[in-house]
Write a protein that binds this ligand. Structure first.
Ligand code: ADP
Length: 215
């Protein structure tokens, strides 16, 4: 991965397991930055019009091996990186990325793929100016998600056959993901947030950390 970058824009990333509060906070941050007059591009994981439908179809059939899962998400990311993220950074925008390469590194590592292989695969991607890591207990994340919808097969890591019970599988799998995130956070200096704190309180901390980066 490249150290630093020379684009006029800024890249701010939120990472953490599903249900940790990333989207809620990034939306509030986007409103704040727009009110301050910044050009903003918000982008989300697994969202390209071109590749994401293929991933969706494969997930539905539950046919993905860990490497196929990883490579397809990497393809989606690299597409968005080239066509959305870099052009926006070149145009001087603040890019708010709801998940970045660390999602793949943490999650696919938890699926047994060597970390070095993953790091190498994403070497083309620049290092963000600021990465927030939302730390939340998997059982809390599970409760938050299931209040809105059912837990999904791959989200629960059911492909890993850790447990036939979706809740148990989710907690076992996401605990692995969380511990990979914790390693990355330490190594790469992520800004760690307690995802169990109230929304407004966390948003204040985020804005305080973002202000010097966008000066
Ligand atoms: P993520 O993007 O990390 O999956 P979301 O922001 O979508 O998480 O939040 C998941 C759910 O938890 C939503 O229903 C959201 O309203 C709720 N939520 C988010 N942040 C908090 C918080 N700090 N405290 C309580 N509930 C929260």
């Amino acid at each position: 991965m490249n150290e630093g970058h020379s684009y006029p824009g800024r890249l701010i990333v939120v990472e953490g397991i599903d249900g940790s509060g990333k989207s809620t906070q990034i939306e509030l941050l986007e409103n704040y930055l727009r009110l301050k007059g910044f050009g903003v591009l918000r982008n989300a994981w697994n969202s390209s019009q071109e590749i994401s439908p293929i991933i969706r179809k494969a997930k539905k059939k539950q046919i993905l091996t860990p490497y196929a899962f990883s490579l397809l998400h990497a393809a989606d990311f690299s597409y968005r990186y080239t066509h959305e993220i870099i052009p926006a950074l070149n145009a001087g925008k603040v890019v708010l990325s709801d998940r970045y390469i660390y999602t793949s590194i943490a999650r696919d590592c938890a699926r047994g793929i060597p970390r070095e292989w993953l790091m190498n695969n994403f070497r083309f991607a620049i290092r963000p100016d600021l990465t927030f890591f939302f730390r939340v207990d998997p059982s809390m994340a599970f409760e938050r998600i299931t209040q809105m919808r059912d837990i999904k097969y791959y989200e629960a890591g059911m492909d890993m056959e850790l447990s036939p019970n979706p809740r148990e599988s989710y907690i076992l799998f996401q605990s692995r993901v969380l511990s990979e995130y914790e390693g990355l956070a330490k190594e790469l200096g992520f800004f760690t947030l307690d995802g169990s704190r109230p929304v407004e309180e966390t948003q204040k901390v985020i804005r305080r950390a973002v202000n010097p980066v966008i000066q």
